[in-house]
Design a protein around this ligand. Structure first.
Ligand SMILES: [Zn+2]
Length: 204
């Protein structure tokens, strides 16, 4: 929870590029690519997108000069040990090493209450949160006046499915990176600015 916010703050701070699997999927979906359409059918059900689809999209980005020059922050990826291993392979071929893996941790109840109040702009994709980041006018985007909607992957039944997938599939990734000695665990229940201070302090 809050990883998108922290990734954006880190991007500002270090000048690196943010690679979010969600954004990459949405971009591919918008461009109507075959990989994008395939990814969407899984995301709408709260399920993990198959590895070959995800890795294919990620590898395309990691090879660009822009990433080479500025570095990158992976946001929401890898989500399984299988993906972590595939990512290691891809990075090794490119001669890149991960500096740190950050795990922002909060209890399940906090996850559900934060996600269930989440609204997205149907035009520009800006994210709002009814408690912590409400729009100035109800149901309307501050930035582009687009209509705010609850995305299919933020519906309560989808959130429960995502938590189950997380416990079964993503939690082991934390152990994988802990074994490699690159894991940084952070308490994510506080204020985003405070959380950022902790993370950026450890990345200097
Ligand atoms: Zn908007």
């Amino acid at each position: 929870v809050g990883k998108g916010t922290q990734a954006a703050l880190l991007v500002d701070h270090f000048g690196a590029r943010q690679l979010s699997s969600g954004d990459i999927f949405r971009k591919e979906i918008c461009e109507g690519t075959e990989l994008g359409c395939l990814a969407k059918t899984y995301m709408d059900r709260g399920e993990l997108v198959p590895n070959e689809v995800t890795i294919g999209m990620m590898a395309k980005r990691l090879e660009t000069d822009d990433i080479r020059e500025h570095g990158f922050i992976l946001d929401g990826f890898p989500r399984s040990v299988e993906q972590a291993v595939a990512l290691d392979d891809a990075l090794e071929k490119l001669g890149i090493q991960l500096a740190k893996v950050v795990s922002i941790e909060v209890p399940d109840e906090v996850v559900v209450s934060r996600l269930s109040g989440r609204l997205s702009c149907s035009q520009c994709g800006e994210i709002y949160q009814v408690q912590s980041k409400p729009p100035k006018a109800e149901g309307v985007c501050d930035k582009c006046s687009g209509v705010l909607v609850t995305r299919a992957d933020d519906a309560p039944e989808t959130i429960r499915a995502r938590l189950k997938v997380f416990a079964d599939t993503t939690l082991p990734v934390i152990g994988y990176y802990a074994d490699k000695g690159v894991l940084l665990r952070v308490d994510g229940s506080g204020d985003p600015t405070e959380i950022f201070k902790v993370i950026s302090g450890k990345l200097q």
